[in-house]
Design a protein around this ligand. Sequence first.
Ligand SMILES: Cc1cc2nc3c(=O)[nH]c(=O)nc-3n(C[C@H](O)[C@H](O)[C@H](O)COP(=O)(O)OP(=O)(O)OC[C@H]3O[C@@H](n4cnc5c(N)ncnc54)[C@H](O)[C@@H]3O)c2cc1C
Length: 337
Amino acid sequence: MQRLDVAVVGAGVIGLAVALELRGRGFSVVVADKGEPAKEASWAAGGMLAVDDPENPAELWPLSAWSRELYPEFLARVEDLSDLRIPLRTHRCLQGAHEGESSLEALQLVNELGLKGDGYAWTLQTEGSLDPRDLGAALRAACDRNGIAVKTMCAVEAITRELDGWKLATSQGEIAAARVVLCTGSWSGPRQLPVFPRKGQMMAVEMEAPLDTVVRTPEIYLIPRGGNRLVIGATIEDAGYDKTVHAADIAALKMRAEKLFPPVAAARVVETWAGLRPGSPDGLPLIGALEEGLYAAMGHYRNGIQLVAATARALGLEVAGEALPQIMTAYAANRTF
Ligand SMILES: Cc1cc2nc3c(=O)[nH]c(=O)nc-3n(C[C@H](O)[C@H](O)[C@H](O)COP(=O)(O)OP(=O)(O)OC[C@H]3O[C@@H](n4cnc5c(N)ncnc54)[C@H](O)[C@@H]3O)c2cc1C
C-alpha cells in the first residue's frame, strides 16, 4: 500500500485548505470525505468574515484578527491555483447591538438604506463577505489541479497507529499515511473529539433592488450575494444531525427580516436550506496536535469561513515542525475542557 505524508479526514473548507497548505509545503496529501467535498457546513454558511461580531467570544479575536491579515493572500492563492474567482460580495457591515452607542455614519447609512433600526446601537464595520460555495468549489478545484487526491463517499471509520505512521480504515478500504489531520467539522470523527452540531436554517430571497451592505443584529442578518439576491439567517438549534428545513421557522426568519428591512416583504423566496455549525464546549475551535503525528482542525462554529486562512497556516506550521504564534495556545486541540 502506498504511504502518503498526510491524510486529511474531512473535505469541508477547513480540510481542503489544510490539504492545500500542506501540499504547498511539499507534502504528499490525500483527503477523504464521507460525502461530497464542501457540501456540509461549508456549503450552508453565510460567508460573513465577521471578525468584530460582538456575539463572538472575546477569546476568538486574536485568531480572527490573524486570519483577517492572512485572508487576501489566502484568497489570491486559491484563485491562482484553481483558476476560479472568489469575489468579495460586500465590503462593509452595519452591526446592530443591544448595548453601546450608535455612530453618526452608521445612523446615516441606516436611514439611507431604509432600515427600521430602532432599539439597536449601530456601528459601521469594514468587513468583507463571500459566497462560501465559491470558496468550496475553488478549494476543490485547487486540490484537483495540484496533485491532491480527494476521495469522495469515503468515510473514515477508525485510525490506528502503525510503526511508521497511521492506518485509516475507510468505507473504501485502507489508507496509509505518516500523519493524519482530522477536519471533520461537527462530527466527532474516529477520535471522538468534543465537537457537536448546532443547526442553522437559512433562506435566500430575490429583492427588487440590490443591497450593498451586510446588516447584522443578534436576532437576524442580511447578506447580499450578488445581483438582487439576499441571504437571510439564521436559526441556532440543538437538533443533532437533523437538517430538515421547517416552513414555520423560515416564515419566522422572513418576518424578522421584514421588520428590520421592510422591502424584504415583497421579496420572493428562492432557496431554503439548513447546515450544521461545528460547536465546541468553550465556543473556540480545536487546532493543532493531539499526539505525535495526529492533528485536528475542527469546531469552528459560526466562523469557519473567516478562520480558514489562519487555521490552514497554523496546521502547515505545526506539521512542518515550525513555531506557532503564541496566540494559538488558546485553541490547542488537546486542551482540557
Ligand atoms: C447556517 C450557517 C451559517 C454560517 N455562517 C457563517 C458565516 O457567515 N461566516 C463564517 O465564517 N462561518 C459561518 N458558518 C460556519 C462555517 O460554515 C463552519 O465553521 C465551517 O464551514 C466549518 O468547516 P469545516 O470544514 O470544519 O466543516 P464542514 O464543512 O462541515 O466539513 C466537515 C466535513 O467532514 C466530513 N466528515 C465528517 N466525518 C467524517 C468521517 N468520519 N470520514 C470522512 N469525512 C468525514 C463531512 O462529510 C464534511 O464534508 C455558518 C454555518 C452555518 C451552518
